[in-house]
Design a protein around this ligand. Structure first.
Ligand code: AMP
Ligand code: MG
Length: 330
C-alpha cells in the first residue's frame, strides 16, 4: 500500500513531514516534490534503502542516483574533493535545478554511484524537499519517481500511476515548476561538462557564474559519460514522433485509423476531429513545465501515436529538445 499525504508546497509544516522523515529513517521510500520533477527518496547512506529505490523503479544498477542535500556543509562529508568550479556553481544556483558531479567520499555507498568514483549532488529549491531532508537529518538519494525509462512525474498522480504499491509514501505538494530534470554538470573535468541539459543552460552558467561548460554527451561508439544518458529515456508507451511537418503527419496517422495525440503550438492549424489536441506554450520554460504532464495525458488517453511539433532550435530549447528526442527514439 502506498499512502499519500498532502503538504503545503509553500509552508510545509507538521505531521506529514514528520511521518515521511520517519519512513526515510527506517529505510523506506518516499516520493516528494522538487522544483524539477518528483523524486523517489531514500536514505543515501543506507545501501539497502537505495537498493529498494532501484527495485521500485526497475532501474539498472549501472545508473547512479543523485544525492539531495539541504545544507552546504553536507557537501564536504559526501565528497573527497570539491572543485572551485563546483563551489562557484553551487553558490550561484543552489538551491536550484543544477546537479554537480564531484569525487565522492567513503561515506557514499557504492550503489549510489553505481560503483563509480564520483557522486552527483544537488540542493533542490522546493520548500517540501528541503524540509523533508532537514527533518530526516540526512542526505536523501532520489532519482525521478517513475519506472525506469518512462515519463518523469510532475504531480503526485503521475507518481502513483507508475509506482503505486511499490513505495511507502507520496508527499503531494502540487505540480513541479520547472517540469524537467536538473542540469547535470561534471566538475571533475576542465572545462566542466554538461552531462544532461536542463533548466539551467550553458549561457546562464556563463552569464551568472562565469563558468564555461562544454556539452559532455558521448561521442558515437563511446560509453556515455553520464550512465543515465541512455538513448531512450523519458519515453511514453505510445509511438512518439517529433517533426516539423506535424500537421501532415497527424492527418496521415488519423487517415490510417490510428488514434493520435498532437502536441502543437497555438499558431498551427487546428487538429483534425478525433485527434487529441494538446496546445503547447511558445516559451521554452513554460513548455518544459507542462511537457511531461501533456505526455502523461496522452498516455492516459491510450493513443497509439503522439505527434510533437518540433520546437525552434536555439539555446533556450536545448533541454526540451533533448527530452523530446529521447522520448521519440524507438
Ligand atoms: P534521475 O535522477 O533519474 O533524473 O537521473 C540522475 C541522472 O544523474 C542520471 O542521468 C545519472 O546518470 C546522472 N548521475 C548520477 N550520478 C552520477 C555520477 N556520479 N556521474 C555522472 N552522472 C551521474
Ligand atoms: Mg529519471
Amino acid at each position: 500500500m502506498t499512502r499519500t499525504l498532502q503538504v503545503d508546497p509553500v509552508a510545509p509544516l507538521g505531521e506529514a513531514l514528520g511521518e515521511a522523515a520517519d519512513v526515510l529513517c527506517r529505510g523506506g521510500l518516499v516520493a516528494f516534490p522538487t522544483e524539477t520533477v518528483y523524486g523517489l527518496g531514500a536514505d543515501a547512506q543506507s545501501p539497502g534503502a537505495v537498493r529498494a529505490v532501484f527495485e521500485a523503479k526497475g532501474r539498472p544498477a549501472t545508473n547512479p542516483v543523485i544525492v539531495h542535500v539541504a545544507d552546504h556543509r553536507d557537501v564536504a562529508r559526501l565528497t573527497s574533493r570539491w572543485p572551485d568550479v563546483a563551489e562557484r556553481i553551487a553558490r550561484t544556483f543552489w538551491p536550484g535545478p543544477v546537479t554537480l558531479v564531484a569525487p565522492r567520499s567513503d561515506l557514499v555507498p557504492d550503489i549510489v554511484t553505481a560503483g563509480g568514483e564520483t557522486v552527483a549532488l544537488r540542493m533542490p529549491a522546493h520548500p517540501v524537499a528541503l524540509a523533508l531532508i532537514r527533518a530526516a537529518g540526512r542526505p536523501i538519494a532520489a532519482p525521478s519517481a517513475n519506472r525506469s525509462t518512462r515519463i518523469s512525474p510532475t504531480t503526485a498522480a503521475h507518481v502513483l500511476s507508475q509506482l503505486a504499491g511499490r513505495i511507502d509514501l507520496v508527499l503531494d505538494g502540487g505540480a513541479c515548476a520547472a517540469g524537467i530534470e536538473s542540469t547535470v554538470i561534471d566538475t571533475t573535468t576542465d572545462p566542466p561538462a554538461i552531462l544532461r541539459p536542463g533548466p539551467v543552460s550553458a549561457e546562464e552558467l556563463w552569464d551568472e557564474a562565469g563558468v564555461r561548460a562544454v556539452a559532455g554527451l558521448s561521442a558515437q561508439g563511446m560509453p556515455p559519460r553520464s550512465p543515465g544518458a541512455m538513448a531512450r529515456h523519458y519515453a511514453p508507451n505510445a509511438r512518439t514522433v517529433v517533426t516539423e511537418t506535424s500537421e501532415a503527419r497527424v492527418h496521415d496517422e488519423a487517415a490510417q485509423g490510428r488514434s493520435v495525440a498532437w502536441l502543437r503550438f497555438a499558431r498551427e492549424a487546428a487538429a483534425p476531429p478525433g485527434a487529441l489536441s494538446l496546445t503547447m506554450p511558445d516559451d521554452a520554460n513554460a513548455y518544459a513545465a507542462v511537457l511531461y504532464a501533456r505526455l502523461h495525458q496522452a498516455e492516459a488517453a491510450a493513443v497509439e501515436v503522439i505527434v510533437i511539433s518540433r520546437p525552434p532550435s536555439g539555446p533556450h530549447w536545448t533541454a526540451v529538445l533533448d527530452r523530446l528526442l529521447r522520448a521519440s527514439r524507438a
